[in-house]
Design a protein around this ligand. Structure first.
Ligand code: SF4
Length: 220
């Protein structure tokens, strides 16, 4: 069963449960697995995500963090999931890690922060900032895949190992092994790098990220 089929099944199960059903004998995969939403634009997708109840994180979230930036961005940055201040404020990459990301974009890529697109794999914050479960990722990942399809970035930069692993499904590949490489991801090039919050704790890793950003700039 594909991820999309699983998500459609989960959505159906939520609907059946709301109608009072408690037991199912058999599941037959749905034939139409094109998408979990019928959104054709980023604004429509944002609207769908704002009402999403596909996984249990909808119960504890304060805000959905959909993503922001240019709809024609050449470069898309993808983090893992919203943190506590992002959930509180509804602003993606708020605080010091956001400031560092903005500096990386403006001082190394030499473009305004607004000209890239920034989003996360998960749109709702996992409680206590825990690592998202595979089920939560399976529910939410189609949204980021649709964002990629709609923005069509030339370059995708995953921030941190969770983002890289969930986006690519390469769970057995340590980030350290692929950091510094340029990978293929559909029609885009993928550059895995460290998360800005990791850099705040480990400033010595900034030189590696600087090199990654130079790599991005050379491909823009
Ligand atoms: S994390 Fe994603 S799938 Fe789960 S409720 Fe939020 S938007 Fe929906």
């Amino acid at each position: 069963m594909t991820d999309v089929e699983k998500i459609r099944l989960l959505k159906l199960l939520y609907q059946y449960r709301a109608m009072g059903c408690e037991y199912f004998e058999e599941y037959r995969p749905l034939s139409d697995t094109k998408s979990v939403t019928h959104a054709h634009t980023l604004d429509e997708l944002r609207s769908d995500v704002s009402r999403c109840e596909l996984c249990a994180l909808c119960k504890s979230r304060k805000n959905i963090l959909f993503g922001n930036g240019s709809k024609e961005a050449q470069v898309m940055f993808i983090g893992d999931s919203p943190g506590v201040s992002e959930d509180e404020t509804g602003t993606l990459f708020a605080g010091r890690s956001g400031e560092l990301l903005a500096k990386m974009i403006e001082n190394v890529l030499l473009i305004p922060k607004e000209s890239v697109y920034i989003t996360t794999i998960l749109k709702c914050r996992p409680p206590e900032n825990r690592v998202p479960t595979p089920e939560e990722v399976a529910c939410c990942k189609p949204y980021v895949m649709q964002q990629i399809e709609m923005v069509k970035p030339k370059i995708i930069v995953t921030l941190g190992s969770t983002s890289f692993h969930h986006l690519t499904g390469e769970y057995d590949t340590p980030l350290e092994k692929v950091r510094g490489l340029v990978l293929n991801f559909g029609d885009a090039k993928l550059i895995p790098t460290f998360h800005p919050s990791f850099l705040l704790r480990n400033p010595s890793a900034k030189k590696e990220v600087y090199a990654d950003m130079l790599n991005v700039r050379s491909m823009m």
